[in-house]
Unconditional design. Structure first.
Lengths: 372, 337, 399
């Protein structure tokens, strides 16, 4: 029985289906792909190129590809030789030297990153309090798992590498730079001229030079500035620079949040007799930080991509490690396959994070319009 | 004292090493491992293997020094260093020995606060060209595009050679040996220049090595050596004599396989090297069996060469200049006596 | 907040401790003291270390002969030139790739950004895919990847020839070079005069339109005719006072013409593709930020869609677009330093790389390199601030 045959009270007639020309697949096609002659030509051309290249890629990457072997010579098919990935698969994730019996440690540390981040990234209904405590303890816990000591075998930082190292540099950079960035942002808004000036100079200096020059400083200038005989290992030096670098960017993100908090909030807090730090810690920062979480995530994506630069100063992160594998006589010439693989790894991480930050931006956009 | 050890432990936690004492050997012994600087990746000289270990010619010399001190070649922490970082790392005490195919030059010896403890590889800069190019001599290379690695003496030698012979060239400056191979094979440059060992090593990885020749001109002397900080003579001596012991061992026919059979050998040369006679270990601050440990764990010079660069390796380089003096080369180690 | 001091006649030390002004001064003095100590600590260490290691200091090295070759130079350079010249050559190469990258990335970004808003579903989705793929891959990765692929281009003897003037091979792209001969200055002068006259015509036509409501038919054509026609006429009279220096294969390589090395091609391409993805998003959100009522209102006033875009939407969108766009330009310039990974002779590669290695004076070299980038970004930031103030004074936010 079609709805039009029924009798409805006035004003309660359900919407009718659109006319047949305005619905269905044919309509969708006409509206979105062939709305005009020009559009139709573009659609056909682009579609043809797309289908052709995707089918080529499929044949090369999967249908005629080799997946195992211990050198490039072992690959005999016409297509891709993924053996460069499968043969040293674990090394891509854990580095050349991390002992295989301890692979569970970085894995566990990585898995625990989820619960540690959850209370900050999602609005949890339960367990939010205990998880926040856990996430404060997380950096130490993760360091203990990765590095060892106190009951676990020690694995020194020079043995770290691959994707694990990429994550370590990225996460350390962002976690340590957050408090520094907040301090810098507060300092930049400070009424004390000396403190404001110092903060501005620092931020503008770091943001004005390429990261690679800062890494050069870490790799061969910093040892010159330390007393003779005292030195950090290279990873720590690089981490210091990466942290300072992202702190400057973080400061600008946080400053944006601080500026979005209406003056009335601060004045009200002062009127209640709260001091500067009380006002900031209890009133301003909680609101400001919530607004800037997408910005922080974006900074982290940037930092995560920038960790690849440590390959230039000789650390074996995911990119540096891949370049080194390709120096092995067995794998010279497997460049495209190895790079496509790590490209996929980088891409999945960055894409997931940017999706998250976009969702968050949308949520904040609708939820917090009452500020002004 | 308890506080200071607590502080030390805290500093260790963040990867900070405490100020070194006067003697590198004491530091190394106290630390329990040797810090050795190697290349970030050069086939045959230093490269991480599929099983997650450093392998290569330069790497084995690090292991030899560790074996001499600890009787355990695994007590080495390797620090991969780029061209630019290598000297700073040594100067600042981050590493104890630099074993990274580094050319011994007067400037480096005098100005950089370094000391060359000996030459473990005699090399010279040459040119690699495809046979198809029809070039017989480097003097025919006027106007060629030359691939050269940055941050090396190679770059300067190249410029000197072409300028000296009134020829022009275009350089393609690349950062790693791997890029050099890619560029050269793609014929993005006509010629590749680096140390002849490197050329031969590179050529052996080509799909068709016989289609390429190394031109007869060797345009520079490149003695590659082990380097320590200037000013700690005891440490320099230790590294120098570890190298000498390995060369002497080859000359005397001692290998990692047969060194046990020479336990009761009457030859005084062998008895001195193996610590049966004299106090040579004590003189360099080690125990009497130091050289024996090196030979047992790492092998003599010839074994190290063959395993990484020579006939037992994928590179299969000739010994050439690096054969013993008695076999047509120039390896001539001072005697242990 | 300090306690109300006006009721108190005696001020105790305790009050002083809680006085915000006193605390403020104390904090500042303390900060300065700590900073001064850190600087002193680092500097004295550096001085001690450098003396102990015999590393020389000062900028004397700039006058030393560099004696290494640079594969691409915009100014004359040979082996006998100094390290100061190396700095100049590197800086110019950095600027070159940055400017090329900025131009191409802007064009690509606008194209993709508009594509994102296209009615055509396929175009919109492909644009989206482009943006999501390229901005989520590390730039260094992309540079290395494209450079690896460019090397797979044909070898020099199998160069792709376009006519007999452009050759493409894995060493680079060879293009003809324009050689100016006597009289070409006159053509240049004619071009300049033509442009000025055309601009004058445009102003006259606009005034006519504003005051009398008359339009000059085919104004753009007239302007082009003047700007192009005048120099063309002069060139015809002087029988084209220029010639082309064509690339010709000679010995190992192509000689003559201009050679664009593959490292530049790969770097330029990567910077363009990477930054283009960000610019596309900036353009898209800028256009989206202009309220749809604006273009509807424009349409109801009878403006055609092109005019609506040019006169109504774009001027408003630009206010949103320009600040993040400039910051992308800055990023691109800084990112060009990744040239070091593929051997394009930019400032970081030749100066912070080779010169540093040959002279060993790391501190001076790195400082000079940083100063160069700082100067660029401070100049642009300054310009940006001026632009922001001007835009802010003209009206509020574009929403």
């Amino acid at each position: 029985m079609s709805p039009s045959e029924s009798v409805y009270p006035r004003g309660e007639h359900p919407d009718l289906a659109p006319p047949i020309r305005e619905a269905g697949a044919a309509h969708w096609l006409r509206k979105n792909l062939f709305s005009s002659v020009g559009n139709g030509v573009i659609t056909v051309l682009l579609g043809a190129v797309l289908v052709w290249s995707l089918s080529k890629l499929l044949v090369w990457a999967l249908l005629t590809a080799d997946f195992t072997g211990d050198s490039l010579k072992a690959c005999t098919s016409a297509g891709a030789c993924w053996a460069v990935v499968t043969d040293r698969f674990a090394q891509y994730w854990f580095g050349f030297f991390y002992p295989s019996e301890a692979y569970w440690r970085p894995l566990l540390a990585f898995a625990l990153l989820g619960p540690a981040l959850a209370p900050w990234l999602f609005e949890l209904k339960r367990f939010s309090g205990p998880l926040k405590v856990f996430s404060l303890a997380y950096p130490l816990l993760a360091y203990w798992l990765m590095h060892g000591g106190v009951g676990l075998a020690v694995i020194t930082t020079d043995l770290w590498g691959g994707f694990a190292l990429t994550v370590v540099i990225g996460v350390t950079g962002i976690v340590v730079s957050l408090p520094i960035g907040i301090l810098l942002a507060l300092a930049r808004q400070s009424e004390l001229p000396v403190i404001r000036l110092c903060s501005v100079i620092f931020i503008e200096f770091i943001r004005g030079v390429p990261l690679i020059t800062l890494l050069f400083v870490a790799s061969f200038l910093l040892p010159l500035f330390l007393p003779e005989g005292m030195n950090f290992d290279k990873l720590v030096r690089v981490l210091i620079m990466v942290t300072l670098f992202s702190a400057a960017y973080m400061a600008e993100v946080v400053r944006g949040g601080l500026q979005a908090i209406p003056k009335g909030q601060i004045e009200a807090a002062r009127a209640l007799g709260l001091g500067y730090w009380q006002t900031m810690l209890q009133i301003v920062l909680p609101q400001a930080l919530k607004i800037v979480i997408p910005g922080i995530v974006n900074t982290f994506i940037g930092l995560f991509k920038d960790t690849s630069l440590v390959a230039i100063v000789g650390l074996f992160d995911l990119l540096g490690l891949t370049q080194t594998i390709l120096k092995d006589v067995a794998w010279i010439g497997s460049f495209v396959e190895a790079f496509l693989f790590i490209g996929l790894v980088y891409w999945v991480c960055c894409f997931a994070m940017s999706r998250y930050s976009q969702t968050l931006e949308r949520r904040l956009d609708t939820g917090h319009r009452s500020n002004d | 004292m308890r506080y200071s050890s607590l502080a030390a432990a805290l500093l260790m936690l963040v990867g900070l090493t405490l100020p070194a004492s006067a003697s590198t050997l004491e530091d190394v012994k106290g630390r329990g491992h040797l810090n050795c600087g190697v290349s970030t990746g050069l086939a045959g000289f230093a490269l991480p293997s599929a099983s997650g270990e450093w392998v290569g010619f330069d790497v084995d010399f690090c292991r030899a020094v560790a074996a001499a001190i600890f009787n355990d070649p695994s007590k080495v922490k390797f620090t991969p260093l780029t061209n630019k970082e290598r000297f700073t790392a040594l100067q600042s005490g981050e590493i104890d020995v630099l074993s990274r195919n580094t050319t011994w030059t007067m400037t480096r010896d005098m100005k950089l606060g370094l000391e060359f403890a000996g030459v473990n590889y005699y090399d010279g800069q040459g040119f690699l060209v495809p046979i198809a190019l029809g070039v017989q001599s480097a003097l025919e290379l006027d106007g060629a595009r030359v691939c050269v690695q940055t941050g090396t003496t190679t770059e300067l030698n190249l410029a000197d050679y072409f300028r000296g012979n009134n020829m022009e060239f275009e350089s393609v400056v690349i950062s790693t040996a791997d890029d050099a191979r890619t560029n050269y094979l793609a014929e993005a440059c006509d010629v590749y220049t680096t140390d002849a060992s490197g050329l031969a090593a590179l050529r052996s990885t080509f799909p068709d090595p016989s289609a390429h020749i190394i031109l007869p001109e060797i345009i520079s002397k490149e003695p590659l050596g082990l380097i320590v900080r200037h000013g700690d003579n005891q440490w320099g001596d230790l590294v120098r004599w570890t190298l000498n012991a390995m060369i002497n061992a080859e000359e005397l026919g001692l290998t990692s396989q047969n060194v046990g059979e020479f336990e009761d050998d009457p030859s005084p040369k062998i008895r001195r090297l193996l610590g049966k006679e004299g106090d040579f270990g004590e003189q360099i601050g080690l125990d009497a069996l130091w050289a024996r440990h090196v030979i047992e764990h790492v092998g003599n010079y010839g074994e190290v060469f063959d395993r990484n660069l020579g006939k037992d390796s994928t590179l299969s380089l000739d010994r050439g200049l690096n054969a013993l003096w008695s076999e047509g080369g120039i390896l001539f180690a001072p005697p242990v006596r | 907040m300090p306690p109300q001091t006006s009721f108190q006649t005696k001020r105790s030390w305790r009050d002083l401790l809680f006085d915000a002004r006193v605390r403020g001064w104390a904090a500042q003095v303390l900060t300065l003291a700590v900073l001064a100590y850190v600087v002193f600590f680092l500097a004295s260490n550096a001085a001690t270390n450098m003396r102990a290691l015999g590393i020389s200091s000062g900028f004397g090295f700039l006058g030393q002969e560099a004696s290494f070759d640079i594969s691409m130079t915009l100014v004359d350079y040979d082996l006998t030139d100094t390290h100061a010249k190396v700095f100049l050559v590197g800086a110019l190469n950095t600027l070159l790739v940055s400017v090329l990258g900025i131009l191409a990335a802007t064009a690509l970004g606008i194209l993709i950004g508009i594509g994102r808003l296209s009615d055509n579903w396929l175009v919109a989705k492909l644009s989206l895919a482009y943006v999501e793929v390229f901005r989520n891959l590390p730039l260094l990765f992309q540079i290395l990847f494209w450079y690896g692929l460019v090397l797979l281009w044909p070898k020099v003897r199998d160069s792709i020839a376009i006519g007999n003037s452009v050759f493409i091979n894995n060493r680079g792209i060879e293009i003809p070079r324009l050689v100016f001969e006597e009289g070409s200055g006159l053509v240049g002068g004619a071009l300049l005069i033509g442009l000025i006259v055309a601009y004058g015509v445009r102003r006259w036509a606009h005034r006519l339109h504003d005051q009398e409501g008359k339009t000059v038919p085919g104004l753009p054509l007239v302007m082009i005719a003047i700007a192009v026609g005048l120099p063309l006429l002069v060139a015809l009279v002087l029988q084209f006072p220029w010639s082309y220096d064509l690339p010709v294969r000679k010995g190992f390589n192509y000689k003559g013409g201009i050679s664009i090395p593959t490292s530049l091609v790969a770097l330029w391409f990567s910077l363009t593709v990477y930054t283009g993805a960000f610019i596309a998003e900036i353009v898209r959100s800028g256009i989206a930020a202009v309220a749809p009522g604006q273009s509807e209102a424009a349409a109801s006033l009878g403006l055609r869609s092109g005019m609506t875009m040019r006169l109504v939407v774009l001027p408003q969108a630009l206010r949103v677009i320009v600040p993040p766009l400039i910051s992308q330009y800055l990023n691109l310039t800084k990112n060009s330093s990744l040239a070091v990974a593929i051997g394009y002779p930019d400032l970081v590669n030749v100066f912070s790389g080779t010169s540093l290695n040959q002279t060993g004076q790391a501190i001076e070299v790195i400082l000079m390199t940083m100063a160069f980038y700082l100067a660029i970004s401070l100049t642009i930031s300054l310009g940006m601030n001026i632009y922001n103030t001007r835009v802010a004074m003209k009206g509020g936010a574009p929403r």
